[in-house]
Design a protein around this ligand. Structure first.
Ligand SMILES: [Zn+2]
Length: 421
């Protein structure tokens, strides 16, 4: 058995059997990994890779097999896939292995570092042209002399042709290019790409760990932080929104009223309308926050407001670019709307899961502990079998939505099924 190494006993003097296990970093992890709440195994894996990458650059002998040029970050939404990928990028690009404080780290975390290519689909999928451009840009030598890092968010949204373009780049890697793909699970990528990537598996952090982040970083008081963390099911960003944004919390409350409302046909149909409208409102709030700054940045880039030779010509070019941007924003809005409705359905499913846990007398932490009286009332009023059928109806609705079924129709079918039980 390994024993903890105390600070005043140099580990070098320990007999071999008492060395810390090899999968733990021997030194404290770099500051850039501090964001990765409850992901100790991932932090250990990435720290060793970054150390090996640094050794490669300085001509020392790297730990064999610790570093590779293609990585796949997987984990459920909110587990911090892109946060982890970006922290790893900082650890690779920072001369101090990811101090979190130097200009380089700050640029990586802000997404403006010259050797970092940060890509995410603005529309519903990645096209082949977009991916070919990316592959070409990524193959160049790094300006800072270390690595060229591509963080490819939502890589599961590649079209088949785009995936082929990507595969070629990963099969024949440029010497200093590191690919960091992010996807919900390894199965979401075609096997040819998956098999060439080192998989990093993020876990859903425990509510207590998420609450701790909200308390220490956002100054949220403990009870509210824990309630938000439980409600968000380990999704740090969502937990923060629920704790800080009263409207987001109100929208969630609307969603969770649905199980109490679905008593007969009329209320079921109006509950469906509420669900769809609430998701649309939330999606609108999210996209509006993103759209306007993008439009302003584009106008500034084209020199709007300045005068002089060439400005008029530039402004004509801007019209086209603005149209492009608006198209991309429109398809992003569609995606956010779909994701938001899906999130509402998941909230609903988690609510019924809590009901089921009470019906079965299971000793687990309730995600909706703040609504325990409602949960108990529903649990007493139905059977576990009916709750399971209701859960299935919600999951069925989630499966139908991406198939271009009109959202209101699918949700109405679902709420009617909830009435029936
Ligand atoms: Zn740094």
């Amino acid at each position: 058995m390994s024993q903890p190494v105390s600070a005043d006993q140099p580990p070098a003097n320990l007999p071999l059997s008492e060395q810390p296990p090899a999968n733990l970093p021997l030194s404290p992890p770099s500051a850039v990994f501090a964001e990765l709440t409850g992901q100790d195994a991932v932090v250990a894996q990435l720290s060793r890779a970054a150390a090996a990458a640094a050794a490669l650059l300085s001509g020392e002998r790297p730990e064999p097999g610790a570093m590779t040029h293609a990585w796949l970050f997987t984990g459920p939404p909110g587990s911090g896939r892109s946060v982890a990928a970006r922290a790893f990028a900082a650890a690779l690009l920072c001369p101090d292995g990811g101090c979190g404080d130097c200009a380089c780290c700050r640029q990586v975390l802000a997404g403006t570092h010259a050797d970092l290519l940060l890509v995410r689909p603005e529309g519903l999928s990645y096209g082949v042209k977009q991916t070919r451009d990316l592959v070409l840009r990524a193959s160049g030598a790094p300006a800072g002399g270390r690595w060229h890092v591509v963080v490819f968010e939502d890589a599961d949204r590649c079209t088949e042709q785009a995936a082929n373009a990507l595969l070629k780049a990963i099969e024949e890697p440029a010497a200093r290019t590191v690919w960091l793909l992010c996807a919900p699970s390894a199965e979401d990528l075609v096997p040819t790409i998956r098999s060439r990537c080192r998989v990093v598996t993020l876990v859903v952090p425990a509510s207590a760990a998420v609450a701790k982040v909200l308390m220490t970083r956002d100054g949220i008081e403990p009870a509210a932080a824990l309630a938000a963390a439980r409600a968000a099911q380990g999704h740090v960003g969502r937990a923060r929104r629920l704790a800080l944004d009263a409207q987001a919390a109100a929208r969630r409350a609307d969603v969770l009223r649905v199980p109490l409302q679905v008593t007969s046909l009329g209320p079921a149909l109006s509950a469906a309308a509420t669900l769809v409208r609430t998701a649309e409102d939330e999606a609108k709030a999210v996209t509006e926050e993103l759209d306007e700054p993008e439009r302003q940045a584009l106008r500034r880039a084209f020199g709007e407001g300045s005068t002089g030779k060439g400005v008029a010509k530039a402004m004509r070019g801007m019209a086209g670019a603005l149209k492009d941007l608006e198209d991309r924003q429109k398809s992003r809005a569609t995606r956010v709307k779909r994701d938001t409705l899906d999130q509402a359905l998941l909230d609903l499913a988690v609510f019924y899961r809590d009901v089921l846990m009470l019906q079965l007398g299971a000793d687990v932490e309730l995600a909706n502990g703040d609504r325990e009286p409602d949960l108990r009332r529903l649990a007493a009023a139905s059977t576990p079998e009916a709750t399971l059928r209701r859960l299935q109806a919600i999951m069925h609705c989630r499966e139908r939505l991406p198939l271009n079924v009109a959202p209101l129709l699918a949700v109405e079918d679902m709420t009617l099924a909830l009435v029936k039980g």
